[in-house]
Design a protein around this ligand. Sequence first.
Ligand SMILES: [Zn+2]
Length: 324
Amino acid sequence: MKKQKNSNGKLTSFVSILIILILIVANQLFGGNLYNFAFGIDNIDANNDILDNTTDSLSGVEDSIELEKEKLNVLFLYVGQADCTLIQKDGYTMLIDAGNKEDGKNIVAFLKHIGITKIDYLVGTHSDEDHIGGAGDILENMEVSKLYMSSIGTGKWYYDSTIDKAKEKGIRIVYPELNEKLFFGQDIDLVVKSAEKYEGISSNNSSIVLQLTYKNNKFLFMGDCEKESENEHFWEQVDVLKVGHHGSNTSSNENFLNQVKPRYSVISVGKNNEYRLPNKYVISRLEKIGTEILRTDINESSFWFTSDGNIIEKKEVSINLDKK
Ligand SMILES: [Zn+2]
């Protein structure tokens, strides 16, 4: 009897070890998510990095956002001294720039929080960190169809690493030409207004500039475009202008502003930034054309525009995705 007991004990231990081994192998096969699979936890939310970050980052999101499906939505997100603009219409999604490197995961968490997991166009306007620093996180964690990049920037770390990440993920990279159109649903006309091939000290003038027209409403997104580039083109009157280069005096010259004459001018700029932007001369040039100036730094907030093609509505929302 005693002998049999021992034999049974050994058998039990052997079976236990076997079960543990099977579970370890199965967990590997499920990509480490067997626990989540077994307990019904969503795989995306179960990603520790994102989960930790989501909890942190969403502390900066006080207003709930539910994009208006029937309308065009344009959301200028506060990412400190950087740019990040979300555009959505008819299920098409574009993200123009992705903040600084520290903001990347935060932006991903916010997008998922409002139900966006797929981006049709990720546009890195130019090679500077405050525009494409967070692009790697977007490419890594979102389903991105196409990456639009300026053709200038090779040799700069953020530029090269963004390109490398897109290649690694098999995402199509497009270097757009002037006047190139991007399809964004039937009622939208989205065109590249500037994509210069400047090789000079400043990469700002290589910014991809996009103009979006939805029926009677126009939006112009300038990136960090400066006066050299502004002077090279003719501009149409628009309703909303994303002011170039965070309100720096290198941009928004009088001649340009007199052409675009926006009703609203959004300046994406960090609170107490070291560059002391927006520049006071830019502010006075904007005031001179009678536009409503909306600064993200005043309340560290974001601006949300909706348009039905005729009427534009704007709302300041308490969304702060800056991690610096
Ligand atoms: Zn910038």
